[in-house]
Design a binder for this molecule. Structure first.
Ligand code: APR
Length: 323
């Protein structure tokens, strides 16, 4: 009998459980949900499994607090960690960078458990601070760089497209463009590479409106935290599932993802958001696009911010610029 794709999602919280939901709905494969809280992943998996007769998906859904059930996964999504929160007293939000110490221990431990049982899997990092956690997963798994990839650009780009569609009153389907760089306030939206049904964005919106959209996109995570008091999860989960789908179905979509650069865009040993071709092999290709001087300068600011967080890690010293 043929074997279905196997997708493991570690962290059955908001992003993890929602990703499991959409992966199941898209029939992407059997799903294993792992979480540290007893009963939690089991409950989420059972609830989701009980929706199958209504929704019509034939998948095996397993929830567990251990890792043996994850063996031989094709794709493993790691969302485990502590999300950004709003302090009820000071009203201040946890910055992504403040999470590095706590989440590196969680993500490192999870990665070792996964890597020993699924040595051929593609690992997708969702835990924040994203770019730094990609380094943790890469170092702890010892996987080739093609099989460790971070989810950030798809989400940032989705937010960017949402705001453009809203401003122009047009379908989100007809907006093409991407956001590069690190997953933080220094991300690099590319308005000169953005088009609406083939028409350049710069012809359709005045610069002040484009600037406002870029500002809102950079602040996209914070805007949701400000409203909810905790991080968003529909858009992050949808973005993660788009990557999972491109990998398990070998679609070779061109998606902006955090990939380990080895000279591309002038950077070495640094995870940074760049256009990637995602297929069965993971990051099958990094596409180097021509950037203008202003965009290169913005990417450098973003890379510097990522490098500062990565430098906190025990193995972060390797991350440096080539030029
Ligand atoms: N092993 C397994 N699961 C763990 C571990 C661990 N060592 N530590 C924490 N978890 C689980 C938590 O029990 C929780 O269910 O990770 C889950 C995280 O879920 P949420 O707190 O709901 O956070 P979520 O909004 O899903 O965000 C997850 O994605 O976008 C990023 O910044 C976000 O890093 C955060 C991650």
């Amino acid at each position: 009998m043929s074997r279905r794709n196997k997708i493991t999602i570690v962290g059955a919280g908001n992003v993890g459980a929602t990703a499991a939901h959409w992966a199941a709905q898209k029939h992407l494969g059997d799903v294993v949900l792992v979480d540290i809280v007893p009963g939690f992943p089991q409950g989420k998996a059972l609830d989701l499994a009980e929706s199958a007769p209504v929704m019509g998906f034939d998948l095996k859904l397993v929830g567990t607090n251990g890792y043996d059930e994850t063996a031989d996964s094709d794709v493993v999504v790691i969302t485990a960690g502590v999300p950004r929160k709003k302090d009820p007293v000071t009203g201040k939000f946890t910055s992504r960078d403040e999470l590095v110490e706590i989440n590196r221990k969680i993500v490192g431990g999870v990665t070792r458990e996964i890597a020993s049982r699924s040595p051929n899997a593609v690992l997708i990092c969702v835990s924040n601070p994203l770019d730094a956690m990609c380094h943790v997963m890469y170092e702890e798994s010892k996987f080739p760089r093609e099989r460790v990839v971070g989810m950030a650009g798809v989400l940032d780009t989705a937010r960017y497209k949402t705001f453009i569609a809203e401003a122009l009153g047009v379908s989100v389907d007809d907006i093409h463009g991407m956001v590069l760089g690190g997953h933080g306030d220094t991300m690099v939206p590319l308005p000169t590479h953005t088009s609406i049904g083939g028409i350049p964005l710069t012809e359709l919106l005045p610069q002040d409106k484009i600037d406002a959209i870029i500002h809102r996109t950079r602040n996209g995570g914070g805007e949701i935290v400000g409203l909810l008091g905790y991080s968003g999860y529909y858009a992050p989960a949808a973005s993660t599932v788009a990557m999972v789908e491109s990998i398990v179905r070998d679609r070779k979509r061109v998606l902006p993802c955090a990939a380990l650069l080895r000279g591309e865009y002038g950077y070495h040993d640094l995870f940074l958001g760049v256009p990637c071709v995602l297929g069965k092999g993971g990051v099958e290709k990094i596409i180097e696009m021509k950037l203008g001087d202003k965009e290169k300068a913005m990417l450098e600011v973003s890379a510097k911010a990522v490098r500062e967080v990565v430098a906190i890690l025990p193995y972060g010293q390797n991350a440096q610029a080539a030029t």
